[in-house]
Write a protein that binds this ligand. Structure first.
Ligand SMILES: Cc1cc2nc3c(=O)[nH]c(=O)nc-3n(C[C@H](O)[C@H](O)[C@H](O)COP(=O)(O)OP(=O)(O)OC[C@H]3O[C@@H](n4cnc5c(N)ncnc54)[C@H](O)[C@@H]3O)c2cc1C
Length: 398
């Protein structure tokens, strides 16, 4: 008998070891919501490049938005990221990748800023409406001339009395059309030379009552079409001083501090997409026959499936470790970047190889594998490209 006093290592990183009873209860709520409000409508949303606002209010009524909002602001205070992972699993399982992305943008890219850096007065104004789905948010950092390098952002805000006047343009903004307010990164140092660390600030800019705030048409994306993505234009938009989020000049630091959650979210979504695509491919290759055999029975298919299953399990284990670190307050930017880098590259590879196992049917857009392939292609691009992530990870090493 072993006398080693250390606890047993978590060899079983399967779903049962990762989730507890409360997560499974939450899964029941999420599953019921997805079956009722999402699954029957996904295809129509995809064709329209837009989801109805009623989806948000229904999600709010089911208690699925703003999970981390604390009880004093009418939320559930569920900061354990496993709840967000459960919601992702249920949405992706139903083929609602666009809805999963839209919720991520609000809950993982905007909400952390409202929780960490908004004033008490701002929280009281915004958080209850985030919870009900009445205030849908976007994150608006990227511009036509600045994506990876945010110091190239040219949108500027200039003080005028108690307000700020905002001029500029953003692009690739998820929820840009359906959303009510965007967390905008703007230059506030009044200069035009190369920006520094203190040159930018964040504002929650509301569409309603903001003449000069307009949106372009939905951009025609390869995949994830149900989630609207658009350009935003700001032409002399007056932003009340009370809508500055965090400190003037602190925008870049605030973004860097909260980036781990956004990157973790994409890592989790990547692992879920890879798992669901593999499961669908197993079902397909067991049913499809050629040369009198199931496609799954060809040695090549079995080797492919074996490799893919291994990749999916390794990725899940790694991402779950990152989730545990996040829950413990110990996921730093390099750690989140590694998880996103690894998982999104695996999702890209797994969906590609799964598509191949479908033969020609894999190329037909209404096949789930085609949708996953197109969705996965985004995962290595947004929220930090794989090249930028390797820069971040590398800088942390040397
Ligand atoms: C569908 C979609 C949704 C998006 N949603 C949002 C959103 O909601 N809000 C938002 O603000 N943004 C959003 N984005 C923007 C996204 O985050 C950027 O596209 C991404 O950060 C890359 O920026 P870029 O497109 O300007 O590419 P660029 O920065 O121009 O990069 C071009 C190429 O150069 C490489 N590169 C750049 N710098 C380096 C370097 N230092 N070393 C090595 N290689 C480098 C990149 O990796 C890439 O391969 C979205 C994008 C897409 C496509």
């Amino acid at each position: 008998m072993s006398t080693d006093p250390r606890p047993a290592p978590p060899f079983d990183l399967g779903s049962s070891a990762f989730y507890e009873e409360e997560h499974e209860e939450f899964r029941g709520v999420a599953r019921e919501f997805v079956a009722r409000e999402v699954a029957p409508h996904c295809a129509g949303w995809d064709a329209a490049h837009l989801m109805p606002r009623t989806l948000w209010t229904a999600a709010g009524a089911a208690g699925l938005l703003g999970l981390a909002v604390p009880e004093e602001h009418e939320g559930l205070g569920l900061t354990d990221y496993r709840f967000r992972a459960v919601l992702d699993e249920e949405l992706v399982r139903a083929g609602a990748l666009g809805a999963a992305l839209a919720f991520h943008l609000a809950d993982d890219w905007v909400l952390p800023h409202l929780l960490a850096d908004a004033t008490e007065e701002q929280r009281r104004r915004w958080l209850p409406r985030v919870l009900t789905g009445e205030l849908v948010t976007s994150v608006a950092w990227t511009e036509p001339g600045a994506g990876s390098d945010l110091r190239g952002v040219r949108t500027r805000a200039v003080r005028e009395g108690g307000d700020w006047v905002l001029d500029g343009q953003k692009t690739f903004i998820g929820n840009g059309i359906s959303g009510d307010a965007a967390l905008v990164l703007a230059r506030t140092d009044g200069r035009t030379d190369r920006a520094g660390e203190d040159s930018f600030s964040l504002f929650l800019v509301h569409k309603e009552g903001s003449p000069g705030y307009t949106t372009g048409r939905p951009l025609e994306k390869m995949g994830l079409r149900a989630s609207d993505t658009a350009e935003l234009f700001f032409d002399g938009v007056r932003v009340p001083g009370g809508d500055l989020v965090g400190a003037e000049g602190g925008g870049l630091r605030q973004i860097r501090r909260l980036l781990p959650q956004g990157r973790l979210a994409i890592a989790v979504a990547s692992a879920v997409v890879a798992r669901e695509t593999l499961e669908g491919t197993l079902r397909y290759t067991r049913e499809r026959t050629a040369f009198g055999e199931r496609v799954a029975d060809f040695q090549h298919s079995r080797f492919e499936l074996a490799e893919l299953a291994t990749q999916v399990e390794v990725t899940e284990a790694y991402v779950r470790r990152a989730v545990a670190a996040f829950n413990a307050g110990a996921l730093d930017l390099a750690g989140a970047s590694k998880a996103k880098y690894w998982a999104s590259e695996r999702a890209k590879e797994v969906t590609d190889r799964c598509l191949q196992l479908h033969g020609g049917y894999g190329y037909i857009l209404d096949q789930p594998v085609a949708q996953s392939f197109l969705a996965a292609r985004l995962l290595t691009l947004f929220g930090g490209t794989s090249e930028i992530l390797r820069e971040t990870i590398g800088r942390d090493l040397v």
